[in-house]
Design a protein around this ligand. Structure first.
Ligand SMILES: Cc1cc2nc3c(=O)[nH]c(=O)nc-3n(C[C@H](O)[C@H](O)[C@H](O)COP(=O)(O)OP(=O)(O)OC[C@H]3O[C@@H](n4cnc5c(N)ncnc54)[C@H](O)[C@@H]3O)c2cc1C
Length: 385
C-alpha cells in the first residue's frame, strides 16, 4: 500500500469521500483500518433529514455487519429502529404477502443516518467535515482538488469517492449525468400520526392501474408514526401530465382500504418530494482518480425501490477498490473499472432484467394482475423481492 498524503497537512488526504449518507458512511467504515488518510465531507450537520420511505432493507444491515464486527453491538443500542418482518402488496383486492429472512428495520433517515455517521465521527482514523458544501471538484496533477463553499478551503486528494446522492455535484461534474426520465422516479413522502390498521412489523405497498408501475407505501415508524409516500416513473409523470403531490392524495381517495386507514390521520409537517435514480440503466461511475457510489451512481432497485442496500453495497465495494488502487499505485479509469464490473455482476445485470419485466407488466396491466395471482408461487415472489 502506498498512502500518498502528507500526514501533518489537514487539507491533504489520500481519499476524500463526498457525502455521508449510507454509501459514503459504508465506504468510510470499510476504510477505517486501511491506514489511508480519509476525509468524509457532508454539506449538512447531522442529524439531517433525507426524503425516503425509511425502510432499511435487510441487505443493507447484512453488509454493514460484514464491514464492521462492532456494528452488531452498536445496532442493538440504536433504539430508534422498528424491526419489520414482512411486506404486504395490494392490487385490486388481491394481495401478496412477503416474509423477510434477513433482519430489516424502519427508522427515520434522520436517526438512521445519524447513527451511521456518529460511529465514523468518533473514529480517529477518519476526518469528518460536517456543514461543508462542496462546490467544485477539479482534476489536479496527482488527483482532485475539492473546493468548499462555506470556509472557502480547498482539499486535495489522490482518490475521490462521490457519494453525494442524486442532487450532488460529482455525478454531474465527473460523469456529465443528466436527468433521464426513463430511469428516474419522482417520489413524495409525508409523516402521519393516527393511521389505523397498521401492524408494527409489516410494511404495506399499494398499486393502482392509473399509476402503474408506480406505487404507494405505508411504512410504520417507531413511536406510532407512519411514513406514507408514492413514486412514479418520471417519464409517466410527463407523458400523463401528473402532479405527483396531487396524485398522492388521489391514490388514497381511489383506494377504500387507504381511505379507511387515513380517515382520522394527521399530517405531520408537509409532503416532500425527491427523485430516485434507478439502476435500470448502467451509467458512468469511474474515471481517472474517482469513482461514484450509491445514488450518485444511479443504483436504486427499480422493483423494490431499495436504494440503501445498493448504496451500502457500492460503498463497501468502492472501499475495496480504493485499497486495490493504493496497493497497486494505479488510479487509472481502466483499473477503477474493476469496481463497476463487480457491481454490475452483483446487482446491475439483475436490475436490468427485472426492469424489462416490470415495464412489460406496466404496459399490459392484465399481466400485472396475473403476476399478483401468480405471486402466490414462490418463484414469482423471489423475482419481486
Ligand atoms: C421518496 C423516496 C423514498 C425512498 N424510499 C426508500 C426506502 O424505503 N428504502 C430504501 O432502501 N431506499 C429508499 N429510497 C432511496 C434512498 O433514499 C437512496 O437510495 C439512498 O439515500 C442513497 O444513499 P446515498 O448515500 O447514495 O445518498 P444520500 O442518502 O442522498 O446521501 C448523500 C449525502 O451527500 C450529501 N451531499 C450532497 N451534495 C453535497 C455537496 N455538494 N457537498 C457535500 N455533501 C453533499 C448530502 O447532504 C447527503 O448527506 C427512497 C428515495 C426517495 C426519494
Amino acid at each position: 500500500m502506498h498512502p500518498v498524503a502528507n500526514p501533518v497537512d489537514n487539507t491533504h488526504y489520500d481519499v476524500i469521500i463526498i457525502g455521508a449518507g449510507p454509501a459514503g458512511c459504508a465506504c468510510a467504515m470499510a476504510l477505517a483500518h486501511s491506514g489511508l488518510r480519509i476525509a468524509l465531507i457532508d454539506k449538512h450537520q447531522f442529524p439531517r433529514d433525507k426524503v425516503c420511505g425509511d425502510a432499511i432493507p435487510g441487505r443493507a444491515i447484512k453488509i454493514l455487519h460484514e464491514i464492521d464486527p462492532a456494528f452488531a453491538a452498536r445496532l442493538s443500542a440504536f433504539t430508534e429502529k422498528l424491526p419489520t418482518k414482512r411486506t404486504v402488496c395490494y392490487y385490486k383486492n388481491k394481495k401478496i404477502d412477503f416474509s423477510w429472512n434477513l433482519e430489516a428495520y424502519t427508522a427515520t433517515r434522520a436517526s438512521f443516518d445519524n447513527f451511521l455517521f456518529a460511529a465514523i465521527k468518533n473514529d480517529p482514523a477518519i476526518q469528518t467535515l460536517e456543514g461543508t458544501t462542496v462546490i467544485d471538484v477539479i482534476r489536479s496533477k496527482s488527483g482532485y482538488t475539492v473546493f468548499t463553499k462555506d470556509k472557502n478551503i480547498r482539499y486535495e486528494c489522490t482518490l475521490l469517492v462521490g457519494a453525494d446522492g442524486i442532487n450532488g455535484i460529482t455525478a454531474k461534474k465527473l460523469a456529465a449525468r443528466q436527468l433521464d426520465r426513463k430511469h428516474h422516479v419522482a417520489g413524495v413522502r409525508a409523516y402521519y400520526s393516527g393511521v389505523t390498521g397498521m401492524s408494527d412489523t409489516c410494511t404495506e405497498v399499494y398499486f393502482d392501474s392509473k399509476y402503474l408501475p408506480g406505487y404507494f407505501w405505508v411504512f410504520p415508524i417507531k413511536g406510532g408514526l407512519v411514513n406514507a409516500g408514492m413514486g412514479i416513473l418520471s417519464e409517466t409523470v410527463v407523458r400523463k401530465k401528473i402532479n405527483v403531490k396531487n396524485a398522492f392524495y388521489d391514490f388514497i381517495e381511489r383506494s377504500p382500504r387507504l381511505q379507511e386507514k387515513f380517515k382520522g390521520a394527521r399530517l405531520m409537517g408537509s409532503l416532500q418530494g425527491c427523485g430516485l435514480p434507478m439502476g435500470s440503466h448502467w451509467v458512468k461511475m469511474v474515471g481517472d482518480h474517482f469513482l461514484l457510489a450509491g445514488d450518485a451512481a444511479s443504483l436504486i432497485d427499480p422493483v423494490s425501490g431499495d436504494g440503501i442496500g445498493n448504496a451500502v453495497l457500492s460503498g463497501k465495494l468502492a472501499a475495496h477498490q480504493v485499497i486495490q488502487c493504493f496497493t497497486a499505485d494505479n488510479f487509472s479509469a481502466a483499473f477503477l473499472m474493476n469496481y463497476a464490473t463487480l457491481l454490475y455482476e452483483k446487482v446491475g445485470a439483475d436490475m436490468r432484467r427485472k426492469t424489462s419485466v416490470l415495464k412489460t407488466m406496466a404496459r399490459l396491466p392484465f399481466l400485472f394482475e396475473m403476476a399478483f395471482i401468480a405471486g402466490q408461487y414462490r418463484i414469482i415472489k423471489k423475482f419481486m423481492k
